[in-house]
Ligand binder design. Structure first.
Ligand code: CA
Length: 429
């Protein structure tokens, strides 16, 4: 477990970067999320830290001597805390290093933001128990939650190659689907395209192959968290998912936000992790005193849907769901790391673990259209009168999240934005 609250979390800290002191901004001095950016026309990604509406170029500020984010992510937790401390001091009001840091600042609007790191492997978990129960009810009415769910953090291996950064569009996938009453399947554009409200957990320090990570050490291997939209084609999924789980219904596109909010920045928002009555206690390898005391994190999340018609009218879109990580998740981040490595599996810096869809218990807290519309049967009506069962071409989904509590400065995650394009109709050449 990390060392806890320090001077970098002091809610009274102000920055000489004026935009960082706006109480509603996602990137105040207490946040300091990491990402990669480049100046116009350059091939080289650089390591940046978001402060207000600016990016601090870490190498130019003299804080690192390279531009390799994955290398930085491998640092020991104490090195990461020392770097956070140095960034915080340099950006703090009255800092003696202001001139050097000021020369290393660039407006976020003037640079291209990339994937926050190179992702070698991507695993998607299924920690949202309300999501798992509701989806299970639709796919298997008699048997919604399979008996392993409350014992095993369920996951599958996804594809890193189709992860894309916020702001990137993607084509509606083609796929094999079969209507319940049809004799055979057909290859068609997915008609049940969906979003999934998830968090993306980035691995920092690797573990050696063959060496499981214990619960007590698990969070030392986590660099931080970003927003993650795991676009899903429900009609392809329902036909292909048995017996080996999702395949082409999930790996055509997944969108990641550009800023990784570090575990250090999330420190003030830790909460106890408790199993509700009626649920089994985790096996010992998934349990620790630290996890019980502070394994959960209160992260408030929301999903915005903006249709093409709304975009044309200058309408930012409707919030269609609100949820909270601590309420939605049956397993903690430490448990995901401990379970993923218990067989000796090696995690590497930059590996991405999707949380799974983070639906809350309430009807307005559902993190996918599959749940919000009961499989398309009850379409939602938007503020401009349009209706949606599943996503249509031109629809944009924006995920946002923040942490807030009394006595701490609010920190946000920025946004995770993606737009659905029509099915690809070219030769690919
Ligand atoms: Ca997913």
């Amino acid at each position: 477990m990390t060392a806890g609250i320090d001077a970098t979390h002091d809610p009274a800290l102000c920055s000489w970067v004026d935009s960082a002191n706006d109480p509603s901004i996602d990137f105040p001095l207490q946040n300091l999320p990491f990402g990669r950016f480049r100046y116009g026309g350059e091939p080289q990604w650089r390591i940046g830290v978001a402060i207000g509406d600016q990016v601090l170029n870490l190498r130019q500020a003299g804080l690192v001597d390279h531009d390799d984010m994955n290398r930085l992510m491998q640092s020991e937790p104490r090195e990461r805390r020392a770097l956070r401390q140095a960034i915080s001091e340099g950006l703090c009001h009255g800092s003696a290093r202001r001139n050097a840091f000021e020369a290393a600042l660039v407006a976020q609007s003037a640079v291209e933001l990339g994937m926050p790191c190179e992702v070698g492997d991507y695993t998607d978990f299924y920690v949202g128990i309300h999501h798992a129960t509701e989806v299970g009810r639709q796919f298997r009415p008699d048997n919604p939650l399979l008996p392993n769910y409350k014992w095993v953090p369920i996951g599958y291996h996804g594809r890193a190659s189709t992860l894309q950064v916020s702001g990137t569009s993607f084509h509606r996938p083609m796929g094999q689907v079969k209507a319940v009453d049809a004799a055979q399947p057909v290859l068609v554009p997915s008609a049940r395209l969906d979003l999934e409200l998830e968090l993306g957990i980035f691995v920092g320090q690797p573990n050696a192959q063959g060496v499981p990570v214990r619960m007590e050490d698990a969070e030392q291997h986590v660099f931080g968290i970003a927003l993650f939209n795991d676009w899903s084609a429900r009609d392809i999924q329902s036909w292909e998912y048995q017996p080996l789980g999702p395949f082409l219904s999930k790996n055509f596109a997944s969108t990641v936000s550009p800023w990784i909010v570090t575990m250090e920045a999330l420190e003030p928002f830790r909460q106890p992790f408790l199993r509700q009555a009626g649920n089994p206690e985790p096996l010992p390898y998934l349990d620790s005193a630290g996890n019980r005391a502070r394994g959960a994190i209160g992260i408030q999340m929301e999903v915005v849907l903006q249709t093409a018609r709304m975009a044309q009218a200058g309408h930012a879109g409707d919030v269609i769901s609100r949820s909270n990580f601590a309420e939605a998740a049956y397993w903690t981040i430490a448990q995901l790391i401990a379970h993923h490595t218990v067989n000796g599996c090696a995690l590497r810096a930059g590996d991405l673990l999707g949380s799974g869809t983070l639906s809350g218990p309430g009807e307005e807290q559902r993190g996918s259209l599959l749940e919000l519309t009961t499989g398309g049967k009850n379409p939602i009506t938007l503020s401009n009168g349009e209706r949606r069962g599943f996503l249509e071409d031109g629809d944009t989904i924006v995920l946002r999240a923040y942490c807030d509590r009394e006595g701490a400065r609010r920190v946000g995650f920025g946004e995770c934005r993606g737009t659905v394009l029509p099915t690809f109709e070219g030769t690919g050449a």
